[in-house]
Design a protein around this ligand. Structure first.
Ligand code: HEM
Length: 299
């Protein structure tokens, strides 16, 4: 199942993006630099996810912090502390989601959460429902933030293509695809083999852990012509592994595209070109984006 790009989500995106841009305050509108991720892309992703699922995720910093802790635990550094933080974050988020399920039973509505909370026929326990909600949320939060920030990061480094996309907004679709290809928000996918397979001449038995570097696959010269070149008109950019593929391909891929486009279009409408004042290099083993990117309005 794939969540389609419904009209309702497109209009929600734009309305939410404009509300958050209003909330940035007069200093940002007068050209003072602000952190694009922390002040805009993160609350945008968290609040959109909440709207979609019918969850009241108003403490966006707290929710974003949980997902930063989950991402930190996927760095495989050998240090147990990130794993401990991720476990604590999971417990806290689960408690919050269990409260949401209880609230949806007290006051049923039309949201996805309310429907699963009030439908006993699926046979899932509340802990199992909370686990599913955690997966959808994790799909929709860290990734959308990164997709918005990474696209603007790449465009800022290629001003001619940025100007072209600002002028002809239809090019934004290719721009975000290409940015996601070069800086995949999910840059490492974990899987387990269902049966024995041979990968590049190596025999991998059944039930074996396989780690896939999306970053490397997306730069495969056998698939992408001159793979390190940023080209918003690359004809096969959608063929990257950024949304994975097969039965477990991203559930929200159409929505993700609509959200990224909607957020960037709203920023351009209100601020003109966003000048990058300072940004650190995109980083992260499993989830990838610049940790900080401060931008300023050009008008
Ligand atoms: C640009 C944004 C996004 C990117 C780059 C992205 C990327 C991915 C990737 C690579 C996977 C496969 C992960 C794996 O196999 O380990 C995945 C799965 C998933 N994504 Fe996304 N995603 C994005 C946005 C979203 C949104 C907005 C939602 C929900 C509304 C979502 C929901 C999910 C879910 C539920 C799965 C698990 C699917 C399954 O296992 O069957 N994602 N996503």
């Amino acid at each position: 199942m794939v969540i389609a790009q419904a009209d309702v989500s497109a209009s929600l995106d734009a309305a939410l993006a404009h509300r958050l841009i209003d909330d940035l305050g007069s200093a940002a509108h007068a050209g003072e630099p602000f952190d694009l991720g922390a002040r805009f892309a993160s609350p945008f992703a968290v609040l959109m996810a909440g709207e979609l699922l019918g969850l009241s995720l108003h403490d966006t910093e707290r929710i974003d912090g949980f997902y930063a802790d989950f991402a930190g635990a996927m760095e495989y550094s050998g240090n147990p502390e990130p794993m401990r933080r991720a476990d604590a974050a999971r417990a806290e988020l689960t408690a919050l989601l269990l409260d949401e399920l209880a609230a949806a039973r007290r006051a049923p509505g039309h949201s996805l959460t309310s429907q699963v909370a009030n439908d006993g026929s699926h046979g899932l326990s509340d802990d199992e429902l909370a686990a599913q909600l955690r997966v959808v949320l994790s799909g929709a939060i860290e990734t959308i933030q990164a997709s918005v920030v990474n696209t603007l990061y790449m465009l800022a480094q290629h001003p001619d293509q940025e100007a072209a996309a600002m002028d002809d907004r239809s090019l934004l679709a290719g721009a975000q695809e290409e940015a996601r290809c070069l800086i995949p928000p999910v840059s490492f996918i974990e899987a387990r083999t269902a049966e024995p397979v041979v990968i590049a001449g190596v025999e991998v038995p059944a039930r074996e852990f396989v780690g896939v570097s999306v970053l490397a696959a997306n730069r495969d010269p056998a698939h992408f012509d001159d793979p390190l070149r940023f080209d918003i008109t690359r004809p096969n950019a959608t063929r990257s592994l950024s949304f994975s593929f097969g039965v477990h391909a991203c559930l929200g891929l159409h929505l993700a595209r609509a959200q990224t486009t909607g957020a960037i279009a709203a920023l351009w409408d209100r601020f003109g070109r966003l000048q990058v004042v300072d940004a650190v290099e995109p980083e992260g083993f499993a989830f990838r984006k610049p940790a900080v990117m401060r931008v300023a309005a050009s008008r």
